[in-house]
Design a protein around this ligand. Structure first.
Ligand code: FAD
Length: 423
């Protein structure tokens, strides 16, 4: 006979190491710092996680959404999880009389997200945390495919182009890289990303984890009708603090030659997607390689310029100088009545420093008019640090007109009209 256990049953939150692409989004999102990582895995500390679910919608792969009913004293520790190459099999829970009485069925679920939000987190913990952007796509976005190719079964793509898109004399080495998938399907949408598996192993002798890159081309290919896509990759030669560093994947990608092959996983992303209905307006705000999804969306609109279906495009693009701004030449050739371009240069000799948030304030009237139109979606992509500045600028332009930013911000999030992708 099974002895009853104390009511110490835990719905343990786990991250699937086979699908996780180590993008750090969950760790950055977790409001209680329950998520941590080592060089192998991202893991959830069972002693801290309150099941608030804040990390689930932003995860691009869905690897975050795994749950096990566990006897609390047997919960997988952080150290155990660091060593995993795959999720452990579910264990049958012993008969748990008190737990059953408390409403838990005793059958462990592989995907308990639906009910994990119930009862797991104190309501205050959920209410206290709000994402800066939406966790849903715009209502008219096309259906995205995600996780078609995984670490276990990646896709091989062939490099058909790789060239620098920033001035050769600048420190910023950004490449436009075109990958071809041959006969195999790789359906994507603008705003999605893919994972690249760099060859070789890390300092612990384990295969390098995948790095994520946004698509720079529209859904019908870098070249319309071809089964290819493009990326905008910055060669990482120093870390975020400015110390010398050799980025594993970015250097690998920037050094690829034509006809080399690359292991690809994905696609990823189900919210940072463009609206699909006629006359939708886009406000695009980016810096550096954050221009990749903006290029994809702009090109989608450019290819259907003659249909009369396009809404307005307004771009705020920040870089240190014009020569460090990827795609500067082609961008400036676009007709002014097709796209309203605002360049913010922070280190152009002889010019005052300008950041994207300065230009948003300069163009307050036009930004407000677009924000007032429910057909407008806003996309922000680039360095993590730009989030606060952009939100402050949007708040200022709204409040100048006597409107309440907090109400508008909620509407934009709820309607899937404000999206951030920062890294
Ligand atoms: P690593 O070997 O991982 O890191 C080396 C060192 O550099 C570490 O100290 C690390 O902290 C630091 N470092 C890591 N990333 C950066 C960085 N971006 N700038 C400065 N220092 C860094 N990158 C692109 O170039 N183009 C994209 O379109 C793009 N899209 C992304 C989309 C998403 C959703 C995410 C999460 C990331 C995206 N990235 C993009 C970043 C990319 O995934 C890699 O993190 C980046 O290329 C660095 O990888 P690495 O292997 O070269 O560097």
């Amino acid at each position: 006979m099974n002895a009853p256990l104390p009511a110490q049953v835990l719905k343990q939150h786990l991250i699937d190491p086979e699908i996780c692409i180590r993008c750090n989004t969950c760790e950055e999102t977790c409001p209680v710092d329950a998520i941590t990582h080592d060089s192998n895995n991202y893991v959830v500390d069972p002693d801290i996680c309150n099941g608030c679910m804040a990390c689930v919608p932003p995860c691009p792969t869905g690897s975050i959404d795994n749950w096990r009913l566990m006897v609390r004293s047997e919960a997988y520790s952080v150290q155990e999880q660091f060593g995993w190459e795959e999720l452990p099999k579910e264990k049958a829970l012993p008969v748990v009389e008190e737990a059953t009485a408390a409403g838990l069925s005793g059958a462990a679920s592989d995907d308990a997200s639906d009910d994990a939000s119930e009862g797991a987190a104190p309501p205050s913990a959920q209410a206290a945390f709000t994402l800066p952007g939406a966790s849903v796509p715009p209502w008219s976005a096309a259906h995205p495919y995600v996780n078609l190719y995984t670490h276990k079964a990646p896709m091989t793509a062939t490099v058909v182009g790789n060239y620098r898109v920033t001035g050769a004399d600048t420190e910023s080495d950004i490449h436009h890289i075109v990958l071809d998938f041959g006969e195999l399907p790789f359906p994507v949408l603008e705003g999605q990303s893919i994972g690249i598996l760099p060859p070789g192993v890390d300092a612990q002798g384990r295969p390098h984890h995948a790095r994520q890159y946004s698509l720079a081309s529209p859904r019908d290919g870098e070249r319309a009708g071809y089964n290819n896509l493009s990326l905008t990759v910055k060669r990482v030669t120093e870390d975020h603090g400015g110390a010398a560093a050799h980025g594993v994947c970015s250097n690998y990608l920037c050094d690829l030659a034509k006809n080399d092959t690359v292991q690809v996983i994905g696609p990823f992303g189900h919210t940072f997607l463009m609206p699909n209905h006629p006359r939708a307006n886009l406000i695009m705000i980016c810096t550096g390689t954050g221009s990749a999804p903006m290029r994809a969306m702009t090109e989608r609109y450019r290819r259907r310029m003659d249909t009369g279906e396009n809404g307005k495009l307004m771009l705020f693009f920040g870089a240190r100088t014009e020569r460090e701004l990827p795609y500067f030449g082609p961008l400036m050739k676009l007709p002014r009545d097709f796209i309203d371009i605002n360049l913010a240069l922070s280190r152009e000799p002889g010019q005052p420093k300008r950041y994207v948030q300065d230009l948003i304030r300069d163009r307050a009237g036009q930004v407000r008019d677009l924000l007032a139109d429910r057909n407008t979606c806003i996309y922000v992509c680039g360095l993590k640090g730009m989030e606060v500045g952009v939100l402050d600028a949007l708040r200022d332009v709204t409040m100048q007109a006597g409107q309440d930013w907090s109400i508008l911000h909620d509407v934009l999030r709820r309607e899937g009209r404000l999206h951030f992708e920062t890294y």
